[in-house]
Design a protein around this ligand. Structure first.
Ligand code: PEP
Length: 246
């Protein structure tokens, strides 16, 4: 059976002390026996401190970005090997903020996905439509197209080994969460696109998830957990959300 996963994207928040404290609070209160995987995604510069704070815990750690290059003269970039060296298991790829604010196109996202798997990291591939695309009934075409670009690069089997997060852009950081029906419709289309090979692929919903909206979302048949931004910065709220994915 697919083990649900809830990931907390801390974005560009905090400092070493707040990151360590938050990780320590999560580690202290997390029940390792729950059938849910918790992953936290701190900024690069806090990965080592967070990893240390989680030393005795099963909570996994990931990064928010990865270079598509293996190494070399790429000032300011962070390679997959470096993330593995820091103890990461996961990495976000194609978050809408990277696509929109930093111009990452589908080809770059696919290269990053490939670079992650090459070093043994599990990519969390983020896909989702803008408000305008939803209003123009393009949601499924956009989402299936973003996934198809990665399938073209690495093959269906490799995409099915990853985690896919459906995050409608209009729901990220806006407080406007997709309805469970809207989310399920897109997750079902993704599941269909993946076919039999994707029956156990973990599909997450992301976009303004809070403890009061998570239960109904996570109860949908094709939703296997969540990608949580703002609400992952508060230990109790995040723990409450993670528990709802059981
Ligand atoms: C995110 O950063 O992926 C996200 C879903 O953020 P928020 O939960 O704040 O909308």
């Amino acid at each position: 059976m697919t083990k649900p996963l809830v990931a907390g994207n801390w974005k560009m928040h905090g400092n070493t002390e707040t990151a360590s404290n938050l990780a320590a609070q999560l580690a202290e209160q997390w029940n390792d026996h729950l059938p849910v995987e918790m992953v936290i995604l701190p900024p690069f510069v806090h990965l080592a401190a967070v990893k240390a704070a989680l030393a005795k815990s099963t909570i996994a750690v990931g990064a928010q970005n990865i270079s598509q290059h293996e190494g070399g003269a790429y000032t300011g970039e962070t390679s997959g090997e470096m993330l593995v060296d820091l103890g990461c298991d996961y990495v976000l790829v194609g978050h809408s903020e990277r696509r929109e604010l930093f111009g990452e196109c589908s080809a770059t996202v696919a290269e990053k996905f490939k670079a992650a798997q090459k070093v043994g990291l599990t990519p969390i591939l983020c896909v989702g439509e803008s408000l305008q695309q939803r209003q123009q009934q393009q949601t499924l075409d956009v989402v299936n197209g973003q996934i198809a670009a990665v399938i073209d690069c690495v093959g269906l089997h490799n995409v099915c080994r990853a985690v896919i997060a459906y995050e409608p852009v209009w729901a990220i950081g806006t407080g406007e969460v997709a309805s469970p029906q809207q989310a399920q419709q897109v997750h079902s289309a993704i599941r269909t696109q993946l076919g039999d090979a994707g029956a156990d692929t973990r599909l997450l919903y992301g976009g303004s998830v809070k403890a009061n909206s998570a239960a109904e979302l996570f109860a949908q048949s094709d939703i296997n957990g969540g990608l949580v931004g703002g609400a992952s910065l508060e230990a109790q709220e995040f723990l409450n959300i993670v528990k709802l994915a059981e």
